[in-house]
Write a protein that binds this ligand. Structure first.
Ligand code: 9D3
Length: 254
């Protein structure tokens, strides 16, 4: 069972992951075990102070070393008691390398993950130097704190664990595994606001449907995500499908 501990000032935020949907069921099924640690419980004074003003001046506050160190050590000790040989400590921060599918896959192979979620301007640099194995950012935009980023990493890792997804929607079928965006999806009714479901999906011809879906994936990836498309080999059959995509409405118009 994957052990996941999080050092956070807002433990209740993580109910969103542990109590809903696929990740909630995985928690119920003991696929992973989750425990939050509040640095306030490790504060040295009666006011439970965990932040202080930055040396050198400037706006905002910085999370103090000692409560974070104690919370991180408690989390690691718990994981060792649960049999984790080498808990990996991850600080989610805007300064880390961007999260990728490859990183998600490697994290899903670990026995134990300890996340540190920052608030305010961030944590004292000596926490990172002394107690953090790696930093991860989830994208180039500003969040109010690290908790949502930790939940993004948790969700993406947990769905890769054995037994979490059924055979139907296995993680193998995910976008990014083949380097392409997903194709469009439709369900009833057959006509909505005068817009019909593409004929090929009503044809019952499985080979034609597979070819159409691949064509849509290729066309959309080329149009919307040049970065993904460029880092990918294109076969002769795929070139032909892209040609067909351009001739049809999606490629020409929108
Ligand atoms: C307003 C504060 N900013 C001054 C330039 C710096 C800053 C500090 C703390 C910006 C964001 C945060 C909180 N963000 C995270 O903890 C975080 C994050 C993010 O904001 N974007 C993308 N990935 C991540 S991972 C953690």
């Amino acid at each position: 069972m994957l052990q996941i501990d999080v050092v956070t000032l807002f433990p209740k935020m993580f109910d969103a992951v542990t109590q809903s949907g696929i990740t909630g069921r995985a928690c119920d099924n003991r696929v992973y075990q989750f425990l939050p640690w509040n640095p306030r419980d490790f504060a040295a004074n009666a006011h439970r102070t965990i932040d202080d003003r930055p040396y050198g001046g400037g706006p905002g506050m910085v999370m103090m070393v000692e409560p974070l160190k104690q919370a991180l050590l408690a989390a690691q000790q718990r994981q060792r008691s649960a049999g984790v040989r080498k808990p990996k400590v991850i600080y989610v921060s805007p300064q880390g390398p961007l999260l990728t599918h490859q990183k998600v896959m490697s994290l899903s192979q670990e026995e134990g993950l300890v996340f540190l979620a920052g608030r305010y301007e961030g944590v004292d640099e000596r926490v990172i130097e002394g107690y953090v194995d790696e930093e991860i950012s989830i994208g180039d935009y500003v969040l109010s704190g690290g908790e949502l980023a930790v939940m993004v990493v948790m969700d993406s890792v947990i769905r890769q664990l054995p037994g979490v997804l059924g055979d139907e929607q296995s993680a193998q079928q995910d976008s990014f595994v083949n380097g392409l965006l997903d194709c469009p999806h439709y369900t009833r009714p057959e006509v909505f606001d005068g817009r019909a479901v593409p004929n090929v999906l009503m044809s019952g011809n499985h080979a034609d449907i597979m070819r159409w879906r691949l064509m849509q994936s290729l066309g959309r990836t080329q149009q919307r995500r040049e970065d993904l498309f460029k880092s990918r080999e294109v076969s002769a059959e795929e070139r032909q499908l892209l040609e067909q995509y351009r001739m049809e409405a999606q490629g020409a118009g929108k």
